[in-house]
Design a protein around this ligand. Structure first.
Ligand code: DGY
Length: 324
């Protein structure tokens, strides 16, 4: 018998067809007030959930007594109450690997855009203010040959290191839970304590997941360790950063600039002080947002969900402790 799946992210026709071959699907088009009402109404029948960008807490999960599996279309799983899911024996899956390279591309786009002031100078042209050859007041800083500091040497950190080392001749330093000899060998990377990395890197890039341990990892004390010519890049999660402390560091010239794809509150409020600063490049959580990668993530999530609902172990199981 087909199981019930509640889908809260639109899929391509091909993936929708694949899902519908195996399940009764209820699609919630948008997670606005009306969509949330529809979701709550559909949860009592749901055996599978598939989507992204929804805080799936115990209160929502309690509406879904038959739930067996949740397939997140994301690598990050900070939106989920993993302990509660596991207690309820509900499998949670994510979509690692398929987005690694694209997200690292976004990281490098932010490095280049921040260092070379791409957005600011493109706006100067667009706004009709390019009246003469630009001078030092509009110069940026080099990327090639500068020290790339990566905090969190997981898959995306490695892909960033690869770009920096092979593409831009950058010495790579990194901080993570433990040293990674294979990464050091591949990219000639060197392990540093967090404080050392902050003091030595020209680009400080956050690529680590949001967990209780990493929340507010970057605060006033950490920004104070960075050098005035260094640039801060965040492609992980906004809450890893104490945002007011970052704003203060930028306003005080403690650091040169920032390239930010993620924020404490998303979408970022148009009134955020970050948007008053020319030395901030802010993008709308677009790390994995390409046609190819988003389709690959959705495919991966569908595969994970169908495997879980068929009683087999999904490829990207986040909470093996929930296996029945
Ligand atoms: C991820 O996959 O976690 C991306 O950040 C999108 O949320």
């Amino acid at each position: 018998m087909k199981k019930h799946v509640v889908l809260y992210k639109k899929l391509s026709d091909a993936l929708m067809q694949r899902l519908e071959e195996h399940a009764h699907v209820t699609l919630i088009e948008k997670l606005d007030d009306q969509g949330m009402q529809q979701l709550r109404a559909a949860l009592p029948q749901a055996q599978g959930l598939l989507g992204a960008s929804l805080k799936l807490d115990a209160a929502l999960l309690d509406l879904a007594p038959q739930l067996e599996a949740v397939a997140s279309v994301s690598v990050g799983v900070d939106n989920y109450d993993i302990n509660y899911l596991s207690e309820r024996k509900i499998l949670l899956t994510n979509t690692p690997d398929v987005l690694t390279e694209t997200t690292a591309d976004t990281g490098f786009a932010l490095i280049l855009a921040s260092a070379r002031r791409v957005v600011e100078l493109a706006n100067l042209v667009r706004n009709g203010n390019w009246k003469k050859n630009i001078g030092p007041e509009h110069f940026g800083t080099d990327v090639h040959g500068k020290t790339l500091g990566i905090i969190g040497m997981g898959r995306i950190g490695e892909a960033l290191a690869q770009r920096g080392h092979f593409g831009f001749g950058m010495p790579v330093i990194y901080h993570s839970n433990s040293p990674k000899p294979a990464v050091e060998a591949r990219f000639n990377a060197q392990y540093r304590s967090l404080d050392e990395l902050l003091q030595q890197a020209d680009f400080v890039c956050l690529t680590l997941p949001l967990t209780p341990q990493t929340e507010n990892l970057m605060g006033a004390e950490q920004f104070a360790l960075m050098r005035p010519e260094s640039i801060f890049i965040n492609i992980s999660r906004g809450k890893v950063v104490d945002e007011p402390a970052l704003i203060n560091a930028l306003q005080q010239g403690q650091i040169r600039g920032a390239g930010l794809d993620v924020f404490v509150r998303e979408p970022l409020e148009p009134t955020s002080p970050l948007l008053q600063l020319d030395n901030v490049v802010a993008t709308p959580h677009m790390g994995s947002a390409t046609f190819e990668t988003r389709e690959a993530m959705a495919r991966c999530a569908v595969d994970n969900l169908l495997a879980a609902l068929a009683g087999t172990r999904p490829a990207n199981l986040v909470n093996p402790q929930a296996l029945r």
